[in-house]
Design a protein around this ligand. Structure first.
Ligand code: GLN
Ligand code: ZN
Length: 762
């Protein structure tokens, strides 16, 4: 039996890579120093995996910024517009690389960055490859080969080069011109893969990992043929190298016969996300195929349940024989935080239920030991940890479970239908047509951040801190009144982050010191960990909303984060369905909504920025998810009187295929991001004849650019041609926390003026 790893976090346990890259971009260190910093992390990662006793260790998974971008550079897939960067004297390939990742604005050039998007259903963002109709591929960089040489020195024969597989590489990119399908490029692409693999073979590689997670998605006939074609061609041309194809994040399902019959040495399947596929995979495995079973969760922070994993391992060994079984994490550990040992303040009882990337490697190695030789000491220790989590009162709160079990349909509905509520809101708030508002946050200036930092360090008393936040809040309210906004916000100055702020106040959440995960490039996130039943010990936002409402006669919106977004941006319990955890959060937020209502807040916004992000990869699984996600939102909104107006907000998303579910949320008002698409995203609402009120964003908050009044009037005119004007609100695309005050003020003044003109013209 072998063990392997599919990929390792590259940012370094202290985020050294982030610092090195940012210093390089700022011109504070040179390329040699950047390489030194990066190689140090990479070599340490290899050593860690070697020390853990892993048999096949990935190389070329390391990257300055993004491994998909690395692949594009290796294959010469470089959009023409970046070529001038290579002509600037003194520039290297690395400068070209970062120009593609981040844009290039110097030496008289002004080139925007390439598009970035989420890697499947993870929060890791990759740089989307751009293909031309006559796209040619050729080996352009030595990175793959250099990485292998470096890996050999530390790992010897255990070094296993990793590439994104050819079909997944093509499918994760996009066509830059009309008239062709990128999957048809497979014939041009495969010869380069063969050349790469043969060169690695000459260097001494015996194993090769090709990542093809697209084998777990809904594939077209053409996509399937591309898989057949690519692997027949590669398999026939690289004799002597063992090809391992890695699938993850979903089950193979209808692609199982295809995947299992590729002419490859080994296939990796994800048994954490999709344990149910093991039986079929075993039944369909051809005689010579080795099966890598991903039993240790690469996407979460929990200790592996050895008994459960051993059931999978033993079943596979029984069917295939030990020499055909490889034990592995479910996917690359890129998506896990790095080292639990660095966490010094987590409650030791809870820490004993957790594992980060480094610990997960040990789990893989231990599982092999136990499977091979009955190492009962290791198994017993694991059983004890798992059992204590199963029964601990830190996790399990009967009152919370009972309340979730007792949720009724009525809990998930407002008292009356929307038209009745709308009438009540019109009478109550007396808003003019095209009412103006903002999405919640105002600029988080350095001053505001420093306040929080000082308060955390103890340099400010609670009283001093709150006084300063009050002052910022009052100033923003005065200013909103002055420019004539209709529905005001308090500005969210007291919040660090829209999930963390709530997680810190809810029971069942914990926060790590170093649990960073790469989001994109040098950007890392530190998601909260939901470890136990969630409840709300006290009011969370009432103090600030009440304070703000008392400063003005205008309506003040209360501001909350919705349950799906809190779930989606956290590490979630793996001992109960996500749906149950979401309902627990939904009940907590519902209580907060009711508390705000009781405090006199008449308009309450529940942000569900991430509802689309949670969509399952396979279409067949989406209806079930959407049902519970929408219901969770309705539970949060279902406790208030008809006279209370509930808003929701969603960031940029495609609404076409989920519009009926968005409508089913039944928010009185939804604000969405639409300005960059020139209101294109509103089409879905128009086709559906969306009945409730809606605020399509009229300006892009992602850039400091100040939009003109005329532009916004024209967007509003367009919106009014698609939807009833009396249902339209006027607002920016999203919150303004990342902006500076000068552009925020100028843009909102223009926006209020645009609404005024719209009232006259439309
Ligand atoms: N209310 C939040 C804000 O204004 C919403 C942020 C978001 O949608 N990402 O910052
Ligand atoms: Zn948003």
């Amino acid at each position: 039996m072998l063990t392997q790893n599919l990929g390792y976090p590259r940012i370094g346990s202290q985020r050294q890579l982030k610092k090195a890259c940012e210093n390089y971009w700022a011109g504070k260190i040179n390329l040699d120093e950047l390489n030194q910093a990066a190689n140090a992390i990479r070599d340490e990662n290899w050593q860690t995996q070697l020390d853990a006793g892993i048999d096949l260790i990935p190389c070329n998974d390391y990257s300055f910024y993004d491994h998909v971008l690395d692949m594009s550079l290796s294959l010469g897939v470089i959009p023409q517009r970046y070529m001038p960067v290579t002509e600037v004297e003194g520039n290297t390939e690395t400068d070209l690389y970062f120009a593609m990742a981040r844009g290039y604005q110097r030496d008289g050039l002004d080139i925007t960055a390439m598009e970035m998007t989420k890697w499947l259903d993870t929060n890791y963002h990759y740089i989307v490859p751009e293909f031309a109709a006559n796209q040619q591929f050729k080996i352009r960089s030595e990175k793959i080969f250099d990485e292998y040489t470096a890996a050999q020195q530390i790992l010897g024969a255990k070094a296993k080069p990793v590439l994104i597989g050819p079909v997944t590489y093509l499918l994760s990119g996009k066509e830059k011109e009309e008239g062709f399908e990128r999957i048809d490029l497979i014939k041009n692409l495969v010869p380069v893969y063969i050349e790469i693999i043969n060169r690695l073979k000459q260097q001494g590689a015996t194993w090769m990992q090709l990542d093809e997670p697209y084998l777990t998605l809904d594939l077209s006939k053409k996509d399937k043929e591309a898989f057949e074609y690519a692997y027949r061609a590669i398999g026939g041309a690289i004799g002597g190298v063992k090809l391992l194809v890695a699938t993850y994040f979903e089950a193979l399902l209808d692609n199982a016969p295809l995947a299992l019959n590729l002419p490859i040495a080994a296939l990796h399947v994800d048994l954490v996300r999709a344990p149910e596929q093991l039986d079929e995979v075993l039944a369909l495995s051809p005689e010579t195929l080795q099966l890598s079973i991903g039993v240790v969760d690469g996407r979460n922070v929990w200790k592996n349940d050895y008994e459960r994993s051993l059931r999978h391992i033993n079943k596979a060994v029984e069917k295939l024989g030990a020499d055909r079984v490889i034990i592995a994490p479910s996917c690359s550990l890129l998506h896990s935080p790095i080292d639990l040992d660095l966490e010094t303040v987590i409650d030791p009882e809870i820490k004993n239920w957790m594992a980060f990337a480094k610990q997960k490697l040990n789990e893989v190695a231990e599982l092999k030991q136990i499977a091979e030789g009955n190492n009962n000491v290791l198994l017993d220790a694991n059983k004890q940890a798992i059992a204590s989590r199963r029964t601990s009162l830190k996790v399990h709160k009967q009152a919370v479970k009972d309340r979730v079990a007792a949720i009724t349909e009525a809990d998930a509905a407002r008292k009356s239908a929307f038209p009745v509520r709308q009438q009540l809101h019109r009478e109550r708030f007396q808003l003019q047509a095209f009412p103006t508002t903002t999405i919640g946050s105002f600029p988080q200036t350095d001053d505001i951040r420093q306040l929080r930092a000082k308060f955390k360090k103890g340099d400010l008393t609670l009283e001093q801190y709150e006084q300063a936040i009050e002052q910022a809040t009052v100033e923003s309210i005065r200013w909103q009144e002055e420019i004539g906004l209709d529905v005001l916000v308090h500005g969210e100055f007291e919040r660090n982050d829209m999930v963390e702020y709530f997680g810190e106040q809810l029971d069942g959440f914990l926060f790590t010191k170093n649990g960073w995960v790469q989001s994109y490039g040098s950007r890392c996130v530190k998601p909260p960990v939901i470890y136990g039943d969630v409840s709300r010990p006290a009011d969370m936002t009432v103090r600030w909303s009440k304070f703000a409402a008392a400063q003005t006669y205008k309506p003040m919106k209360g501001m909350l984060t919705g349950p799906v977004t809190i779930l989606q941006w956290s590490f979630v319990r793996d001992d109960q369905p996500r749906e149950v955890t979401t309902n627990q959060i939904a009940l907590a937020i519902r209580d907060e909504v009711v508390a705000l209502e009781q405090a006199g807040i008449g308009i309450i916004q529940i942000d569900e920025a991430a509802i689309r992000e949670g969509l399952p990869l396979r279409k067949a699984k989406r209806p079930h998810y959407l049902d519970w996600a929408v219901k969770a939102f309705r539970i949060t909104a279902g406790g208030v009187e008809d006279k209370t107006q509930v808003h929701t907000h969603m960031c940029y998303s495609e609404f076409n295929d989920i519009i009926e579910h968005i409508a089913a949320m039944d928010a009185d008002v939804i604000t969405i991001e639409t300005s960059r698409s020139q209101m294109e995203l509103l089409q879905a609402f128009a086709h559906f004849e969306y009945p409730n009120e809606i605020g399509p964003g009229v300006y892009d908050i992602h850039s400091p650019r100040v939009p003109s009044t005329a532009e916004m009037v024209s967007l509003l005119t367009k919106a009014a041609s698609l939807l009833p004007a009396q249902n339209l609100w006027v607002n920016p695309d999203c919150g303004l926390k990342t902006r500076k005050w000068p552009e925020t003020k100028a843009a909102l003044e223009n926006m209020v003026e645009a609404a005024r003109q719209a009232r006259e013209q439309i």
